[in-house]
Design a protein around this ligand. Structure first.
Ligand code: GLY
Length: 366
C-alpha cells in the first residue's frame, strides 16, 4: 500500500527544533537512530508494522569484531572495533544491563582451523587489539563444559555479548518521545518529513533499488538450561564444524545457538535440516547440550552487502541510508547511530568513512 500524504501530516507530527524526521524500519538500528534524533531535537516518526520483529529479534547478539577479523578485511575490523568500544557507554545511556557475556573464545577442532586462529591473532594483533592463543588445558580451565579434544583456542577478552531482545525492549523504551507508526512504507515519496532515514534491513532495496543489499537467511536455536543440566559456557563460544560456522552465545537462562546461512530470497521458515545441523554442530563443541530444553527455533534475514561493510550515508538531499549490516547489526548499532546523527547535522563521522555508500556505483538517486 502507498501512503497518502495526509496520513503523515497529522497534528501529532508537529515540527520541533531541527525539523521532522521519518525513520523507516524499527529494528535495533532504526530504534536507536530514532531515539537519538529525538533527543537531538528532531521531531521523529518511526515506521514499522512490527517493531523489533526482524533480524534484531533473531540475532545471536555477539559483539565479536576481533575474533572475526581476517587479513584484508581491515576496514570491517576498524569499524567493528570502534563500535565495540562505544558499546559500554551506549548501554549505560540505555540504563538497562543488556550484556550477557564478557569475552569470547573461538575454538579449533582440527589443524586447519588452528592455523586460521593463528592467522587471525597475528592480523588483529598487528592492528593493536588483544587476542590470546590458548592451549587445551587453558581452555578446559576457562570453559569446562566444552569438548575435550580442542586443539587451540583464541580468547578475545574485550568482546561482549548482548541480549538482543532485551536490547529491542530497552531501545523501544528509550524512544519514548518518538511517534511510532505501525505501517509498512512502500514509497519514500509518500513521506512528507524533512529528512528520512531508511534502516529497513533486507527490505531496503524495495525502497532504494540502487542499494546493493541482499537477504541471507540465518536460523538460530534458543536453548534453556534445565535444572539438572551442565552449566553453559560463560563466554561466547565460536567454532567451525564441517566448514559450517557455529556459535553459542550465553543468555541469562541458557544459550542462543547459531547460525545457518542460506541465500533463499525472503524465506524465513525454519527447516528441519537447519535445526539438525545446528544441534549436531553445537554438540561437537559442547557435548552436554542435549540436556537443554529446545525452547525456540527462529530465522531472520541478514541484510548483506557485496563487500561485507554496511552502507551508511546520504543518497539524496533528503534521504540517508543505514543498511547492509550483514552479520553485524547489533555490533554496529552504536557507531551507526553516531554516524547518522552526524549526517543529520550535515557532518560525517570519520570512523565510519568505509561505510560510505558512494563506494558503490549506485549513482545519486531520488
Ligand atoms: N550475527 C551472527 C550471524 O549472523 O550469524
Amino acid at each position: 500500500m502507498k501512503f497518502e500524504k495526509s496520513q503523515f501530516d497529522g497534528p501529532q507530527f508537529e515540527k520541533s527544533g531541527l525539523g521532522t524526521l521519518a525513520v523507516v524500519g524499527g529494528g535495533v538500528i532504526g530504534l536507536a537512530v530514532a531515539a537519538r534524533a529525538q533527543r537531538d531535537g528532531w521531531s521523529v516518526q518511526l515506521y514499522d508494522p512490527n517493531i523489533g520483529s526482524g533480524a534484531s529479534w533473531v540475532a545471536g547478539g555477539m559483539l565479536a569484531p576481533l575474533s572475526e577479523g581476517w587479513p584484508g578485511e581491515h576496514e570491517l575490523l576498524h569499524l567493528g572495533a570502534h563500535s565495540l568500544a562505544r558499546w559500554p557507554e551506549f548501554a549505560r545511556e540505555l540504563g538497562v544491563d543488556v550484556f550477557t557475556a564478557s569475552g569470547s573464545l573461538t575454538v579449533a577442532l582440527d589443524a586447519a582451523d588452528a592455523q586460521d586462529l593463528r592467522t587471525i591473532a597475528e592480523f588483529v594483533g598487528a592492528h593493536g587489539h588483544q587476542l590470546d592463543i590458548l592451549n587445551r588445558a587453558e581452555i578446559r580451565e576457562l570453559e569446562p563444559s566444552l569438548v575435550q579434544n580442542i586443539r587451540l583456542g583464541l580468547l578475545a577478552p574485550t568482546e561482549l555479548a548482548v541480549d538482543n531482545r532485551a536490547l529491542v525492549d530497552a531501545l523501544t523504551a528509550s524512544a519514548a518521545g518518538v511517534d511510532f507508526v505501525a505501517e509498512r512504507v512502500t514509497d519514500l515519496d509518500a513521506l512528507t518529513a524533512d529528512r528520512i532515514v531508511v534502516a529497513a534491513g533486507a527490505q531496503v532495496p524495495a525502497l532504494l533499488p540502487d542499494i546493493p543489499v541482499r537477504p541471507v537467511k540465518g536460523e538460530i536455536l534458543r536453548l534453556r538450561r534445565r535444572p539438572s543440566a551442565t552449566a553453559p559456557p560463560s563466554r561466547t563460544i565460536r567454532g567451525s564444524v564441517h566448514g559450517r560456522p557455529i556459535y553459542l552465545v550465553p543468555r541469562g537462562d541458557g544459550l542462543v545457538v547459531g547460525a545457518t546461512q542460506y541465500e533463499s530470497g525472503h524465506d524465513t521458515q525454519v527447516t528441519v535440516a537447519g535445526v539438525r545441523d545446528l544441534i549436531a554442530d553445537a554438540e561437537r563443541l559442547m557435548p552436554s547440550i542435549g540436556e537443554y530444553e529446545l525452547h525456540e527455533a527462529a530465522a531472520g534475514l541478514r541484510p548483506m552487502s557485496p563487500d561485507g561493510l554496511p552502507l551508511i550515508g546520504r543518497v539524496s538531499e533528503r534521504v540517508i541510508v543505514a543498511a547492509g549490516h550483514g552479520r553485524n547489526g547489533i555490533l554496529l548499532t552504536p557507531i551507526t547511530t553516531d554516524a547518522v546523527a552526524a549526517l543529520l547535522t550535515g557532518d560525517t563521522l570519520p570512523e565510519a568513512k568505509a561505510a560510505d555508500p558512494a563506494r558503490f556505483e549506485t549513482g545519486r538517486h531520488r
